[in-house]
Design a protein around this ligand. Sequence first.
Ligand SMILES: C[S@@+](CC[C@H](N)C(=O)[O-])C[C@H]1O[C@@H](n2cnc3c(N)ncnc32)[C@H](O)[C@@H]1O
Length: 229
Amino acid sequence: MTQPVPPSVLTSEEAAAYWDARHRRRGDLASGGNVHFDEPTNEIFYAVRLGRLLEIVGDANAAAEPLRLLDAGCGKGWFARSMARFGHSVDAVDASPAAIEACRAASADVPGRAPSYAVSTLSTWRPGCLYDVVYSVDVLFHIVDEDEWAASVRGLASLVRLGGLLAVSDWDVAERRVLGSYQVVRARAQYDELLATRGLERAAVGVEGFVPDGFRGSPVGFHVFRRTS
Ligand SMILES: C[S@@+](CC[C@H](N)C(=O)[O-])C[C@H]1O[C@@H](n2cnc3c(N)ncnc32)[C@H](O)[C@@H]1O
């Protein structure tokens, strides 16, 4: 019997070009959200996921000592702007210049509490500080190159302070799967094993450290880790 041929994946350069073009072409939410949803449905989807992120980040804020957050792969910045409005100090990076241009334009009228934006890949972001929470929404499964994926996860982990959290969205599956030319989901154990070597363990949230989106049967959710050493 013939085995099904797995779909071939884009090179890193092709994927970067795809995202930059998509951010230039599409509206605010569809460019980073689900292309199969219309804009109002993406509004609900984003709001639900913001709630999931809040379950993880918590509701504590302090004007004198804001939480330091990194939005890794921020797209057009919807989550970053929300977190900044909640009083947190937010850095937000994305590899797409078009996305960061849109972020800066959208934040122009709130300079005092706007996130600080930069064009950067996840694996090369070196801010010179550590974060209380590093989160990444629907980015890692779009990093199709395995070495780049591992370098990205390691890079994000290295930016979490002792006791801080890393929340990265992906499917919660036992085996790595290639879903299409620009989407590769990784196994739970791949995250666990890689992050154990960097001093992070599953956090006591959700279902064994996984907070599912719980939106219309979405298989995606946040894998959540805490730096313990
Ligand atoms: C599905 S979008 C999600 C955007 C945003 N987090 C959101 O939820 O609206 C994926 C984003 O990842 C960015 N991206 C892909 N590979 C990246 C990398 N290696 N480093 C940084 N950003 C990357 C893309 O430019 C795109 O903005």
